[in-house]
Design a protein around this ligand. Structure first.
Ligand SMILES: Cc1cc2nc3c(=O)[nH]c(=O)nc-3n(C[C@H](O)[C@H](O)[C@H](O)COP(=O)(O)OP(=O)(O)OC[C@H]3O[C@@H](n4cnc5c(N)ncnc54)[C@H](O)[C@@H]3O)c2cc1C
Length: 569
């Protein structure tokens, strides 16, 4: 097969805050250096023209970006001190914080907001708008941006050094045959490739398995954030108000919490995070969120309002102990795919931006040294350790592990680590966490007789006003994929579904997927119960790849441009 090959110097995979900041910062470092040489204010040689590319699987920069989002502006200030003057689309500064504990029918407002949840002077943003703006800044700085270009495979030399990325083919039908619009993917060759794919990146997973990047760390644990945007009656929830909740509807053994962020024009971002290390096989994170909205405290906020958008995405919650090695020959990892998120604060935008900048500084030095080996690129880890990211993540390193022993122990641990700077005296440390597919227990362990969710969510009804079923919600994520393409959800052994999985777990894929992608249905031809994959519904959250108890679901990138459209979320 004939493929084009393009020589770049640096390729960033994924146009999220991490990589766009990295690409922008690198382009600026190179420009400032070269200008300094020309002006005689710097010594050394000009680096010449450095070709930088960012590829993105979404239809445009920002279309697959989903977040809360309250942003700690620290890193953006470092990247662009005059970001406000440069037109950064900030929705509103935080003016009011509250932390509310929800019991089944009532609520208790904490007299003071716990320090990690204080957000005063932080900024509420629509992250996809911010990212689209960063993309424009990158283009103005000379970075090549390629939307609709999914990174399908990494390219390696004979020594497993990463030499670039192959983008996905276009125009292949569901039988794997070429259609009239067939276009082979392109090989983008690079001295350094930066993976900034976000949570559970597919190339990051491939690379980690191939060169064992996780050898020295704990397995990553994830959470799933399910979110809606609502328009509320005027004056109901003021712009700049930030509410975090704990308690209902999560049971005390399951990690979970909610948020409501007030934005301009009477719009709120509301969502619920469920730890994907839950044990009850009937848990359905989308249903948890729907139940959340029925609580009297939340319902009173949403009453009379209208849901306008929906989205779901996983969050890498394992923190410091679960961070993989951040470099290998020819490649660096930045942002969520490297586990930079601070899960106690539910904040990863600032650490993603900062990690992208540190990756850029590492690459800048490597360009001078003309050395792209692990030896040179390992300086990235030193930069991270010397930056403010390290103390921030160290202090909360045992936060998620604390919750593996239940909500109360988790809260005690969170309180203690705030006072002691993260010490937990071995009580709540990394060894207590299990990855999602291991944590998930079988039906029999919970005394369930089948996978019928009514055994857990009997009271939950979808009334299409306050609560919505998955299909209605998915409609509001504006998902679209070309239907005639190979499924991007590879289930390696479907024989297990109607037999072993049905018996042991009651086919949990039907519940953990927040977009109704997986469905057990009777095949009209064979009469057998089989797994039906509605791949076109997929919102690219990656939950299935994480939670499948047999680890036989492999999420790979679909044809470029397919997926959710989160503009305005
Ligand atoms: C529901 C939710 C709420 C959150 N709330 C907050 C908050 O209030 N404050 C905060 O600071 N943080 C919050 N976060 C975390 C924050 O959004 C992330 O930490 C941050 O977005 C990480 O940035 P990133 O650049 O690493 O990855 P992402 O933002 O995930 O961007 C990755 C990009 O890479 C693209 N991509 C992935 N794989 C490929 C591929 N193979 N080829 C091409 N493109 C690819 C994706 O389409 C995406 O555009 C929240 C996250 C979620 C899910």
């Amino acid at each position: 097969m004939e493929r084009d090959s393009l020589e770049m110097d640096v390729v960033f995979v994924g146009a999220g805050p991490a990589n766009l900041s990295g690409a922008f910062h690198l382009a600026r470092l190179v420009r400032e250096h070269n200008e300094g040489i020309t002006a005689g204010t710097r010594q050394g040689k000009s680096l010449g023209e450095i070709e930088i590319a960012v590829i993105e699987k979404g239809s445009s920069v920002g279309s697959h970006i989903l977040s809360g989002a309250v942003m700690d502006p620290r890193a953006l200030q470092e990247l662009m001190p005059d970001f406000a003057a440069q037109g950064a689309p900030i929705d509103t500064p935080v003016v009011e914080d509250e932390f509310v504990y929800l019991t089944k029918n009532s609520h208790i407002k904490a007299p003071i907001t716990p320090p990690p949840l204080k957000n005063h002077d932080y900024l509420i943003v629509s992250l996809n708008r911010l990212v689209a703006w960063l993309g424009e800044k990158c283009e103005a700085a000379g970075v090549n941006i390629f939307p609709e270009f999914p990174g399908a495979h990494l390219l390696y030399d004979e020594n497993d050094c990463v030499t670039g990325v192959r983008t996905g083919d276009k125009g292949i039908d569901h039988h794997g045959k070429r259609k009239a619009n067939y276009e082979p993917g392109v090989d983008l060759m690079a001295k350094v490739t930066v993976l900034g794919e976000g949570s559970r990146g597919s190339l990051t997973k491939e690379l980690s398995q191939r060169v064992n990047l996780n050898g020295g760390s704990e397995p990553q644990v994830y959470s799933l954030g399910v979110k809606e945007i609502w328009e509320l009656p005027k004056g109901r929830f003021r712009a700049g108000r930030v509410t975090h909740t704990l308690g209902f509807p999560s049971d005390t053994k399951t990690y979970g919490g909610g948020w409501i962020y007030g934005m301009q024009n009477n719009v709120v971002s509301i969502g619920y995070v469920t730890g994907l290390d839950y044990r009850d096989p009937l848990i359905d994170p989308h249903a948890e969120f729907q139940l959340y909205k029925t609580h009297p405290f939340i319902k009173s906020i949403l009453d009379g309002g209208k849901m306008i958008r929906y989205g779901a995405k996983t969050i890498a919650s394992g923190g410091f102990h679960a961070m993989p090695q951040l470099f290998h020959d020819g490649v660096l990892l930045a942002g969520d795919c490297a586990g930079f998120l601070n899960s106690q604060r539910l904040k990863g935008i600032h650490t993603a931006i900062k990690s992208g900048m540190l990756a850029a500084e590492t690459i800048f030095d490597a360009l001078f040294a003309r050395d792209y080996s692990s030896r040179q690129l390992s300086k990235y880890e030193t930069h991270v350790k010397n930056s403010w990211i390290f103390p921030e993540l160290m202090e909360v390193r045992n936060f998620h592990a604390g919750f593996s022993q239940g909500r109360w122990m988790g809260m005690v641990n969170a309180g203690l680590q705030t006072i002691t700077g993260g010490r937990s005296w071995g009580l709540f440390d990394r060894t207590t966490t299990e990855p999602g597919h291991v944590a998930l227990r079988q039906l029999k362990d919970y005394g369930y007789t089948s996978g019928d969710p009514a055994q857990r969510y009997g009271a939950l009804k979808f009334d299409n006003k306050l609560t919505f079923n998955k299909l209605t919600d998915v409609y509001h994520a504006a998902v679209s994929h070309d239907e005639d393409q190979p499924s991007h959800l590879h289930v390696l052994d479907t024989n297990i579904c109607a037999t072993r999985c049905a018996e042991e777990y009651g086919n949990p894929c039907q519940r953990f997927c927040p977009a109704a992608v997986y469905e057990m249905a009777d095949d009209p031809l064979t009469g057998r119960r089989e797994l039906k994959i509605n791949a076109t519904n997929c919102v690219h959250c990656k939950t299935c790849d994480i939670m499948d108890p047999y680890q036989i679901i492999n999420w790979v990138t679909p044809e470029g441009g397919g997926g959710p459209e989160y503009k305005g979320m």
